[in-house]
Design a protein around this ligand. Structure first.
Ligand code: C2E
Ligand code: MG
Ligand code: MG
Ligand code: MG
Length: 285
């Protein structure tokens, strides 16, 4: 159906563009099926204490094992899900799975935190507050162990709705993080207006962190800003030990990246959790 519509509507496009659109419509259809059949998986990437390598939490990252294409990258299908509205059922399924899983892990490792990405569409949905509340209640996860990662663009567009909604979410006792902080052109002065707890330093700023004052300037600026505003910081995309070392030296408490571990399936994360002693074990993968 979508295919036929696409064919009529876009018939005047160049052939390459035409097939690109059809592929996109097909992928969107397949994604809908995958969400309905609950084929999507949740992977978990560790957060690590940069002072001693202890595992302190995980970020939940959705995975789509496609029957013929292998794992489709989220950067390809999340935008499709946002356009079609599928992001709501998709996002809530991830939240549900992640909270139930985290409640189990928190029993093994008290205080272990879980982060879940919320798309702007979800924050705009008035039902999100009740949904998060019910999910927490169902899972038994203490609210302060859940962090919701929002995108910086949300603070710029629809700022009033965002401010209101984030206030309601915050009132549930969860933590709020700004993902990829500094890449979304939000106004710094607006940070004060939102109940944010954590800034995530994006990978592009982490890349240069061990390569001198100039290349580390943006990461340092975020660390300074966070200190001034009393916010926590997590550095993303740490691939090399020198980056972990330098970020720790600059005062960044927590990191995440392939240097420590790639995102892994739940049983593998459980194994990391039981293998690593609670403190001082290095946690390197
Ligand atoms: P993000 O939330 O900023 O997640 C971090 C991304 O960086 C993940 O990619 C992760 O696998 C990758 N990453 C982590 N450490 C490293 C590293 O050391 N090197 C490199 N090169 N990459 C690293 P992933 O899983 O492909 O997700 C991409 C984006 O898709 C996420 O960026 C997030 O914006 C979105 N996403 C993923 N899962 C969900 C979800 O459940 N809901 C929503 N709304 N968005 C999601
Ligand atoms: Mg994230
Ligand atoms: Mg990020
Ligand atoms: Mg990202």
């Amino acid at each position: 159906m979508a295919k036929r519509q696409g064919r009529n509507r876009y018939a005047y496009f160049a052939p390459s563009m035409h097939s690109g659109l059809l592929e996109k419509l097909d992928l969107a259809d397949e994604l809908r099926g995958a969400v309905e059949r609950q084929d999507l998986l949740v992977y978990y990437q560790p957060f690590v204490d940069l002072s001693d390598g202890t595992l302190v939490g995980a970020e939940a990252l959705v995975r789509w094992p496609h029957p013929t294409k292998g794992f489709v990258p989220p950067d390809r299908f999340i935008p499709l899900a946002e356009e079609s509205g599928l992001i709501l059922p998709l996002g809530y399924a991830v939240l549900d799975t992640a909270c139930r899983q985290a409640a189990e892990w928190a029993a093994l490792r008290p205080g272990l935190k879980i982060s879940v990405n919320l798309s702007p569409r979800q924050v705009q949905d008035p039902a999100v507050v009740l949904y998060v509340q019910q999910t927490l209640a169902r899972s038994g996860l203490p609210p302060h162990l859940l962090t919701l990662e929002i995108t910086e663009s949300l603070l710029r567009e629809d700022a009033e709705v965002a401010q209101h909604r984030l206030g309601e979410l915050k009132a549930l006792g969860v933590q709020l993080a700004v993902d990829d902080f500094g890449t979304g052109y939000s106004s710094l002065s607006r940070l004060h207006d939102f109940p944010i707890d954590i800034l995530k330093i994006p990978k592009p700023f982490v890349d240069g962190v061990a390569e001198g004052a100039e290349r580390s300037a943006l990461a340092r600026a975020i660390l300074d800003l966070a200190a001034a505003l009393g916010l926590e910081v997590v550095a993303e995309g740490i691939e090399h030990p020198e980056q972990a070392h330098e970020l720790h030296r600059l005062g960044c408490p927590v990191g995440q990246g392939f240097h420590f571990s790639r995102p892994v399936a739940a049983p593998d994360f459980g194994a990391l959790l039981t293998a690593a002693a609670p403190a001082g074990s290095g946690g390197r993968q």
